[in-house]
Design a binder for this molecule. Structure first.
Ligand code: ATP
Ligand code: MG
Length: 388
């Protein structure tokens, strides 16, 4: 049956249109298969790293679909917890976010009875109450806050186990935000997850984050490397992967459309293989015709519309997270060559702002002290602002 436009740059990809990433999916399948419930379970811990828009949340959604649909003999409970900077002000706010999202958004391949829903609701109320009480008594990132978090997950496991669930999948998306407001949060989460299997809990932990997430936690880099026994960095798509990311959704959604090879090459060149920009382009191109081939001429005629939609839907908000001084620096950067040195920026003190711009994902540092804006499309957007 024909479906609506399968491309969306603003949502993670529907798992049925998921393309590429065969290695990490096969590691996940093996990992899930061996993380079985026993008296003393040994679930894996998985870290997926990558830049903004490269496909981290999509991988988590695909993991969830695999666990629920492919392992018919397993009873699975899964929740994806998406962090934002605002949800990470304190260890207690992180804990509350986790509890809230588990109770509100969990999925399972077992029947969900009213009784189960009510039990999870009660678990939420009790857990949040305990966290708030501890916080008001002065516990922040110390032992008691971590203990409350751990005990809440043990309680949750008891509820699940009673219903025959054998595997929990807890996925913390965009975990780099955790360390902004709470530098020890990742270390504390690691400590409490290490204790869960001793209490019989079979929770597989998956986190996603920017590539430098572990190096930001001072002195703990090595500890994380061993704790997350599966660690995988998502790279932008190569040409053959771009082809797959275009053609798989077209085919799976039943649209009678294909894309000329020259368009695929052009998209690969311009997007540098970044999935989010591939989706911006394809969303517009798919609207052009009901069937047939999308040609280079179609692409070129619609290029300005595509760029305008990227500006309105993505780059405006990227630009808005920069301070006014940072905006001035970004505009100056857009006039330089693609790779530039700090000394090329003719703004006083620009150098001291670079690391904040990196943290915000707006610029990238390359080898030998060279920098670039995070994507050529962003550069084009900034230049258009500068011209106004
Ligand atoms: N494997 C994939 N196959 C097809 N499309 C994908 C794939 N991965 C990502 N995409 C597309 O790329 C875009 C970005 O994906 P996603 O939101 O998962 O990235 P992200 O790394 O989580 O982004 P952010 O850093 O903004 O949270 C979406 O439009 C999604 O549809
Ligand atoms: Mg995401």
């Amino acid at each position: 049956m024909e479906e609506s436009n399968p491309f969306s740059p603003t949502f993670p990809v529907n798992p049925k249109y998921f393309a590429n990433r065969k290695d990490i999916l096969s590691s996940f399948r093996k990992s899930f298969d061996r993380s079985k419930k026993t008296e003393r379970p040994t679930p894996d811990n998985i870290a997926i790293l990558g830049d903004c828009g490269v496909g981290k949340t999509s991988v988590l959604r695909k993991f969830e679909a695999i666990a629920l649909e492919e392992f018919k003999d397993r009873k699975v409970f899964s929740a994806i917890i998406g962090f934002t900077p605002i949800s990470c002000n304190s260890f207690n706010s992180i804990f509350q976010k986790v509890v809230d999202e588990i109770s509100g958004n969990f999925v399972t391949n077992t029947p969900v009875t009213t009784e189960m829903r009510n039990e999870i609701k009660d678990w939420r109320t009790k857990s949040i109450g305990a966290g708030t009480k501890a916080e008001s008594e002065g516990a922040k990132r110390d032992e008691s806050a971590t203990r409350i978090f751990r005990d809440a997950l043990i309680e949750l496991w008891k509820i699940l186990e009673k219903r025959g669930i054998d595997t929990g999948l807890l996925m913390l998306d965009d975990a780099h935000y955790l360390i902004i407001g709470c530098p020890d949060a990742l270390s504390e989460i690691r400590t409490l997850f290490q204790e869960l299997p001793k209490n019989g809990c079979n929770f597989i932990l998956c986190i996603t984050g920017r590539g430098d997430i572990f190096s930001d936690v001072k002195g703990h880099n090595g500890i994380f490397a061993t704790f997350f026994n599966i660690k995988y960095t998502l790279n932008p798509f190569k040409l053959n992967e771009v082809r797959d990311a275009l053609l798989t959704p077209l085919k799976m959604s039943g649209l009678d459309l294909t894309v000329n090879e020259s368009v695929i090459e052009k998209i690969h060149d311009l997007t540098m293989g970044c999935p989010v920009f591939i989706n911006f382009i394809m969303r517009e191109l798919v609207c052009l015709k009901e069937k047939g081939r999308i040609t280079l001429g179609d692409f070129e005629k619609n290029y300005r519309t595509i760029i305008t939609s990227m500006g309105a839907e993505r780059f405006q908000s990227d630009f808005s997270i920069a301070s006014s001084k940072e905006r001035e620096i970004l505009l100056a950067m857009s006039k330089l060559s693609d790779r530039f040195s700090p000394s090329d920026i003719s703004i006083k003190d620009a150098r001291s702002h670079l690391r904040f711009l990196i943290k915000k994902g707006l610029i990238v540092k390359h080898e030998r002290g060279k920098y670039s804006l995070y994507h050529p499309f962003f550069k084009e957007y900034l230049r258009s602002l500068g011209d106004k």
